[in-house]
Design a protein around this ligand. Structure first.
Ligand code: HEC
Ligand code: HEC
Length: 207
Protein backbone atom coordinates (compact mmCIF):
# COMPACT_ATOMS: atom_id res chain seq x y z
CA UNK A 1 0.00 0.00 0.00
CA UNK A 2 2.81 2.38 0.93
CA UNK A 3 4.31 1.86 -2.48
CA UNK A 4 1.01 2.12 -4.35
CA UNK A 5 -0.24 5.30 -2.69
CA UNK A 6 2.46 7.68 -3.97
CA UNK A 7 2.05 6.17 -7.43
CA UNK A 8 -1.69 6.73 -7.25
CA UNK A 9 -1.19 10.28 -6.05
CA UNK A 10 1.20 11.05 -8.88
CA UNK A 11 -1.28 9.66 -11.43
CA UNK A 12 -3.96 11.93 -10.00
CA UNK A 13 -1.63 14.92 -10.06
CA UNK A 14 -0.68 14.27 -13.67
CA UNK A 15 -4.31 13.85 -14.72
CA UNK A 16 -5.56 17.01 -13.01
CA UNK A 17 -2.44 18.79 -14.24
CA UNK A 18 -3.41 17.95 -17.83
CA UNK A 19 -6.97 19.04 -17.27
CA UNK A 20 -5.85 22.41 -16.01
CA UNK A 21 -3.40 22.83 -18.88
CA UNK A 22 -6.09 22.16 -21.49
CA UNK A 23 -8.33 24.70 -19.75
CA UNK A 24 -6.34 27.87 -20.31
CA UNK A 25 -3.20 29.52 -21.63
CA UNK A 26 -0.93 28.42 -24.44
CA UNK A 27 -1.82 24.72 -24.15
CA UNK A 28 -5.45 25.45 -24.76
CA UNK A 29 -4.56 27.84 -27.59
CA UNK A 30 -2.53 25.10 -29.28
CA UNK A 31 -5.54 22.78 -29.23
CA UNK A 32 -7.88 25.51 -30.47
CA UNK A 33 -5.40 26.29 -33.25
CA UNK A 34 -4.97 22.66 -34.32
CA UNK A 35 -8.74 22.10 -34.32
CA UNK A 36 -9.87 25.32 -36.01
CA UNK A 37 -6.97 26.66 -38.01
CA UNK A 38 -4.52 23.84 -38.74
CA UNK A 39 -6.62 22.36 -41.55
CA UNK A 40 -5.82 25.33 -43.78
CA UNK A 41 -2.80 27.07 -42.24
CA UNK A 42 -1.10 23.81 -41.23
CA UNK A 43 -0.63 22.74 -37.62
CA UNK A 44 2.80 24.43 -37.80
CA UNK A 45 1.17 27.61 -39.17
CA UNK A 46 3.32 27.50 -42.33
CA UNK A 47 0.33 27.79 -44.67
CA UNK A 48 -0.90 25.81 -47.67
CA UNK A 49 -0.38 27.49 -50.99
CA UNK A 50 -2.74 25.12 -52.83
CA UNK A 51 -5.68 26.55 -50.88
CA UNK A 52 -4.22 30.08 -50.70
CA UNK A 53 -3.89 29.94 -46.91
CA UNK A 54 -0.76 31.92 -46.01
CA UNK A 55 1.92 31.13 -43.51
CA UNK A 56 0.99 33.03 -40.35
CA UNK A 57 3.49 31.49 -37.89
CA UNK A 58 5.54 34.21 -36.20
CA UNK A 59 3.32 37.16 -37.17
CA UNK A 60 3.05 39.49 -34.15
CA UNK A 61 0.09 38.90 -31.86
CA UNK A 62 -1.22 42.49 -32.18
CA UNK A 63 -1.50 42.07 -35.95
CA UNK A 64 -3.03 38.57 -35.85
CA UNK A 65 -5.64 39.65 -33.32
CA UNK A 66 -6.50 42.80 -35.28
CA UNK A 67 -6.99 40.76 -38.47
CA UNK A 68 -9.15 38.15 -36.73
CA UNK A 69 -11.36 40.96 -35.43
CA UNK A 70 -11.58 42.45 -38.93
CA UNK A 71 -12.56 39.15 -40.49
CA UNK A 72 -15.10 38.57 -37.75
CA UNK A 73 -16.66 42.01 -38.09
CA UNK A 74 -16.78 41.93 -41.90
CA UNK A 75 -14.13 44.64 -42.31
CA UNK A 76 -11.78 42.28 -44.15
CA UNK A 77 -12.78 39.28 -46.25
CA UNK A 78 -16.38 40.34 -46.88
CA UNK A 79 -15.94 41.85 -50.36
CA UNK A 80 -17.76 39.83 -53.03
CA UNK A 81 -14.55 39.37 -55.06
CA UNK A 82 -12.41 38.32 -52.10
CA UNK A 83 -12.41 34.56 -52.69
CA UNK A 84 -9.71 33.77 -50.11
CA UNK A 85 -11.02 36.27 -47.57
CA UNK A 86 -14.50 34.77 -47.87
CA UNK A 87 -12.91 31.42 -47.02
CA UNK A 88 -11.20 32.81 -43.92
CA UNK A 89 -14.05 34.95 -42.67
CA UNK A 90 -16.36 32.20 -41.32
CA UNK A 91 -13.32 30.58 -39.70
CA UNK A 92 -12.77 33.67 -37.54
CA UNK A 93 -16.22 32.94 -36.15
CA UNK A 94 -15.51 29.33 -35.15
CA UNK A 95 -13.58 30.72 -32.18
CA UNK A 96 -15.03 33.03 -29.56
CA UNK A 97 -13.77 36.62 -29.44
CA UNK A 98 -12.42 36.06 -25.92
CA UNK A 99 -10.06 33.37 -27.30
CA UNK A 100 -8.43 35.73 -29.83
CA UNK A 101 -5.65 37.13 -27.59
CA UNK A 102 -4.35 33.69 -26.51
CA UNK A 103 -4.73 32.33 -30.04
CA UNK A 104 -2.84 35.32 -31.49
CA UNK A 105 -0.05 34.86 -28.94
CA UNK A 106 0.17 31.21 -29.86
CA UNK A 107 0.44 32.02 -33.59
CA UNK A 108 3.15 34.60 -32.78
CA UNK A 109 5.11 31.98 -30.83
CA UNK A 110 5.31 29.52 -33.75
CA UNK A 111 8.57 29.49 -35.77
CA UNK A 112 7.99 31.12 -39.21
CA UNK A 113 7.90 29.06 -42.39
CA UNK A 114 11.27 28.48 -44.11
CA UNK A 115 12.16 30.62 -47.15
CA UNK A 116 10.34 29.69 -50.34
CA UNK A 117 12.35 27.63 -52.78
CA UNK A 118 10.79 29.30 -55.83
CA UNK A 119 9.28 32.70 -56.39
CA UNK A 120 7.47 34.27 -59.30
CA UNK A 121 8.95 37.58 -60.41
CA UNK A 122 12.41 39.10 -60.27
CA UNK A 123 13.41 40.23 -56.78
CA UNK A 124 16.25 42.39 -58.17
CA UNK A 125 13.84 44.35 -60.33
CA UNK A 126 11.37 44.64 -57.45
CA UNK A 127 13.93 46.19 -55.10
CA UNK A 128 13.67 49.64 -56.68
CA UNK A 129 9.99 49.90 -55.76
CA UNK A 130 10.57 49.02 -52.13
CA UNK A 131 11.86 52.47 -51.05
CA UNK A 132 8.26 53.68 -50.69
CA UNK A 133 7.38 50.72 -48.46
CA UNK A 134 10.32 50.96 -46.06
CA UNK A 135 8.92 54.09 -44.40
CA UNK A 136 6.31 51.95 -42.65
CA UNK A 137 7.43 48.33 -42.97
CA UNK A 138 11.13 49.09 -42.32
CA UNK A 139 14.16 48.56 -44.60
CA UNK A 140 14.21 44.85 -43.76
CA UNK A 141 10.45 44.37 -43.80
CA UNK A 142 10.29 43.76 -40.07
CA UNK A 143 7.27 46.03 -39.59
CA UNK A 144 6.55 48.86 -37.18
CA UNK A 145 3.90 48.41 -34.54
CA UNK A 146 3.67 52.15 -33.87
CA UNK A 147 2.40 52.52 -37.46
CA UNK A 148 0.32 49.32 -37.39
CA UNK A 149 2.52 48.07 -40.21
CA UNK A 150 3.10 44.31 -39.91
CA UNK A 151 6.31 42.49 -40.78
CA UNK A 152 6.14 41.48 -44.43
CA UNK A 153 9.61 40.04 -45.08
CA UNK A 154 8.50 36.70 -43.65
CA UNK A 155 5.46 36.40 -45.94
CA UNK A 156 5.33 34.16 -48.99
CA UNK A 157 5.68 35.94 -52.35
CA UNK A 158 2.40 34.55 -53.76
CA UNK A 159 0.52 35.85 -50.73
CA UNK A 160 2.17 39.31 -50.89
CA UNK A 161 1.19 39.50 -54.55
CA UNK A 162 -2.43 38.51 -53.85
CA UNK A 163 -2.73 41.10 -51.09
CA UNK A 164 -1.15 43.91 -53.11
CA UNK A 165 -3.63 43.17 -55.91
CA UNK A 166 -6.50 43.22 -53.42
CA UNK A 167 -5.39 46.57 -51.99
CA UNK A 168 -5.02 47.96 -55.53
CA UNK A 169 -8.42 46.69 -56.60
CA UNK A 170 -10.34 47.94 -53.54
CA UNK A 171 -10.99 44.37 -52.35
CA UNK A 172 -8.97 44.84 -49.14
CA UNK A 173 -8.55 48.10 -47.24
CA UNK A 174 -11.60 49.82 -48.71
CA UNK A 175 -14.10 49.24 -45.90
CA UNK A 176 -14.88 52.54 -44.13
CA UNK A 177 -13.96 51.02 -40.73
CA UNK A 178 -10.67 49.58 -41.99
CA UNK A 179 -8.42 52.38 -40.74
CA UNK A 180 -5.12 50.50 -41.11
CA UNK A 181 -6.14 49.02 -44.45
CA UNK A 182 -6.84 52.54 -45.66
CA UNK A 183 -3.25 53.48 -44.82
CA UNK A 184 -1.94 50.64 -46.94
CA UNK A 185 -4.30 50.70 -49.94
CA UNK A 186 -3.06 54.01 -51.47
CA UNK A 187 0.53 52.72 -51.18
CA UNK A 188 -0.29 49.64 -53.21
CA UNK A 189 -1.84 51.87 -55.88
CA UNK A 190 1.48 53.69 -56.39
CA UNK A 191 3.10 50.52 -57.81
CA UNK A 192 3.28 51.22 -61.54
CA UNK A 193 2.21 47.88 -63.09
CA UNK A 194 1.16 44.30 -62.45
CA UNK A 195 4.63 43.15 -63.44
CA UNK A 196 6.10 45.54 -60.86
CA UNK A 197 3.73 44.05 -58.26
CA UNK A 198 5.03 40.55 -58.99
CA UNK A 199 8.68 41.64 -58.86
CA UNK A 200 8.15 43.66 -55.70
CA UNK A 201 6.43 40.68 -54.06
CA UNK A 202 9.45 38.52 -54.85
CA UNK A 203 11.72 41.17 -53.31
CA UNK A 204 9.57 41.61 -50.18
CA UNK A 205 9.53 37.89 -49.45
CA UNK A 206 13.31 37.71 -49.91
CA UNK A 207 13.95 40.28 -47.16
C1 HEC B 1 -10.90 27.12 -44.60
C2 HEC B 1 -9.50 27.47 -44.51
C3 HEC B 1 -9.07 28.35 -43.35
C4 HEC B 1 -9.20 28.12 -41.99
C5 HEC B 1 -9.83 26.91 -41.33
C6 HEC B 1 -8.58 29.25 -41.32
N1 HEC B 1 -8.08 30.13 -42.23
FE1 HEC B 1 -7.05 31.83 -41.80
N2 HEC B 1 -6.95 32.26 -43.79
C7 HEC B 1 -7.40 31.45 -44.81
C8 HEC B 1 -7.15 32.09 -46.09
C9 HEC B 1 -7.50 31.51 -47.45
C10 HEC B 1 -6.54 33.32 -45.80
C11 HEC B 1 -6.07 34.39 -46.79
C12 HEC B 1 -7.11 35.49 -46.90
C13 HEC B 1 -6.70 36.54 -47.90
O1 HEC B 1 -6.13 36.21 -48.95
O2 HEC B 1 -6.99 37.72 -47.64
C14 HEC B 1 -6.43 33.41 -44.35
C15 HEC B 1 -5.88 34.49 -43.66
C16 HEC B 1 -5.64 34.52 -42.29
C17 HEC B 1 -4.97 35.58 -41.58
C18 HEC B 1 -4.40 36.86 -42.18
C19 HEC B 1 -2.92 36.71 -42.41
C20 HEC B 1 -2.24 38.00 -42.76
O3 HEC B 1 -1.01 37.95 -42.99
O4 HEC B 1 -2.89 39.05 -42.80
C21 HEC B 1 -4.92 35.21 -40.27
C22 HEC B 1 -4.28 36.00 -39.12
C23 HEC B 1 -5.57 33.93 -40.15
N3 HEC B 1 -6.00 33.52 -41.40
C24 HEC B 1 -5.70 33.23 -38.96
C25 HEC B 1 -6.49 32.09 -38.83
C26 HEC B 1 -6.81 31.48 -37.56
C27 HEC B 1 -6.27 31.95 -36.21
C28 HEC B 1 -7.63 30.42 -37.83
C29 HEC B 1 -8.33 29.51 -36.84
C30 HEC B 1 -9.30 30.17 -35.97
C31 HEC B 1 -7.80 30.36 -39.28
N4 HEC B 1 -7.10 31.38 -39.84
C32 HEC B 1 -8.53 29.39 -39.94
C33 HEC B 1 -8.00 30.20 -44.67
C34 HEC B 1 -8.35 29.62 -43.47
C1 HEC C 1 1.87 54.50 -44.63
C2 HEC C 1 2.44 53.26 -44.14
C3 HEC C 1 2.59 52.13 -45.14
C4 HEC C 1 3.33 52.13 -46.31
C5 HEC C 1 4.17 53.26 -46.91
C6 HEC C 1 3.19 50.79 -46.86
N1 HEC C 1 2.41 50.01 -46.04
FE1 HEC C 1 1.96 48.05 -46.30
N2 HEC C 1 0.74 48.09 -44.69
C7 HEC C 1 0.59 49.18 -43.85
C8 HEC C 1 -0.38 48.86 -42.82
C9 HEC C 1 -0.85 49.77 -41.72
C10 HEC C 1 -0.79 47.52 -43.09
C11 HEC C 1 -1.81 46.69 -42.29
C12 HEC C 1 -3.14 46.71 -42.99
C13 HEC C 1 -4.21 45.99 -42.21
O1 HEC C 1 -4.25 46.16 -40.98
O2 HEC C 1 -5.00 45.27 -42.84
C14 HEC C 1 -0.06 47.07 -44.27
C15 HEC C 1 -0.19 45.82 -44.83
C16 HEC C 1 0.57 45.34 -45.87
C17 HEC C 1 0.52 44.02 -46.42
C18 HEC C 1 -0.39 42.89 -45.95
C19 HEC C 1 0.35 42.04 -44.95
C20 HEC C 1 -0.39 40.78 -44.58
O3 HEC C 1 0.15 40.02 -43.75
O4 HEC C 1 -1.49 40.52 -45.09
C21 HEC C 1 1.44 43.95 -47.42
C22 HEC C 1 1.76 42.74 -48.28
C23 HEC C 1 2.06 45.25 -47.52
N3 HEC C 1 1.51 46.08 -46.55
C24 HEC C 1 3.04 45.58 -48.43
C25 HEC C 1 3.49 46.87 -48.66
C26 HEC C 1 4.31 47.25 -49.78
C27 HEC C 1 4.88 46.29 -50.81
C28 HEC C 1 4.49 48.61 -49.69
C29 HEC C 1 5.21 49.53 -50.67
C30 HEC C 1 4.61 49.62 -51.99
C31 HEC C 1 3.78 49.06 -48.50
N4 HEC C 1 3.19 47.98 -47.91
C32 HEC C 1 3.76 50.38 -48.04
C33 HEC C 1 1.22 50.39 -43.95
C34 HEC C 1 2.03 50.80 -44.99
Amino acid sequence: MRAILPALVSVLVVTTGCGAAAGDGPERASVVFADNCGKCHGVDGHGKKEIAAPGIAGLPDWYVEAQLVKFRDGIRGAHGSDIEGLRMRPMSRTVSRSEFPALAQYVASLPPAPEESERMGKADAGKSYYAACAACHGPEGKGNKAMNAPPIGMLQSWYVETQLKKFRGGVRGAHPDDKTGQQMAPMAKTIPSDEAVTDLSAYVSSL
